[in-house]
Design a protein around this ligand. Structure first.
Ligand SMILES: [Zn+2]
Length: 226
């Protein structure tokens, strides 16, 4: 075994391994502990705050929790340490739901985890039901490069083939994006107001593919930034 293998090589090998095994979580693929980076995954909303919903009643809060768990599995299998801000369907606040308190609790979890990256997962909705596409947002300059890279990966894998257009990463003045002590992005992973996006997001294979593409974007960022 080659013990001099570097992080970038491990990362490329990992991506190749995952590409071959399609959506299966690879077994036994790890990196040295000293090289582990922590990623916080933030499944948006929860509890009384369902986020947006489809006409059939599919909730953003439920779908992004499922997607977050799949993404966490990919990242952990790839040697990342993962912290979820929300582990179940409940909101982070006890008793009466207060959005500001919920967001402050998420930030506390992020600060405690001392991560290298925060990825907040959400779904979109719009009055024009034909609107589709995956959009990445950032709130600080230190997040811009990662946001651009992630947007590019999502454009190549989803937006260009499915929606026939690409998107640019956009600035957004959102609490977690501006207050996080590290690079942080929000990924809006499709529109629950669109029937095709909704159908896709209810397909487990599609969710695995989406989680894998996001994982790829994170792995490439990690490879290039260390
Ligand atoms: Zn949302």
């Amino acid at each position: 075994m080659c013990i001099m293998i570097n992080k970038k090589v491990i990362c490329v090998l990992l991506i190749l391994c995952l590409a071959v095994t399609a959506v299966a979580v690879p077994v036994g693929v790890t990196v040295a502990k000293t090289e582990v980076k922590t990623v916080v995954i933030d499944p948006g909303h929860g509890g009384m705050d369902a986020g947006v919903s489809s006409t059939g009643g599919v909730k953003e809060s439920d779908l992004v929790l499922t997607l977050s768990r799949i993404l966490a599995d990919y990242l952990e299998s790839g040697g990342f340490k993962v912290v979820l801000t929300r582990k179940n369907k409940s909101a982070l606040t006890e008793g009466k739901f207060i959005k500001k308190t919920d967001m402050q609790k998420r930030l506390k979890i992020i600060e405690r985890a001392k991560p290298s990256l925060v990825v907040s997962l959400h779904l979109n909705s719009f009055t024009d039901k034909s609107r589709r596409g995956m959009q990445v947002f950032y709130g600080k300059d230190d997040s811009k490069d990662f946001a651009k890279e992630m947007q590019s990966v999502l454009n190549d894998e989803f937006n260009l083939p499915d929606v026939k257009r690409d998107f640019s990463a956009l600035y957004a003045d959102k609490y977690l994006l501006t207050e996080s002590p590290c690079s942080a992005v929000i990924i809006e992973c499709g529109f629950l107001s669109n029937p095709i996006d909704t159908q896709n997001l209810l397909d487990e294979k599609y969710l695995h593919r989406l989680a894998y593409v996001i994982f790829q974007g994170i792995a490439v960022w990690w490879s290039n930034s260390t």
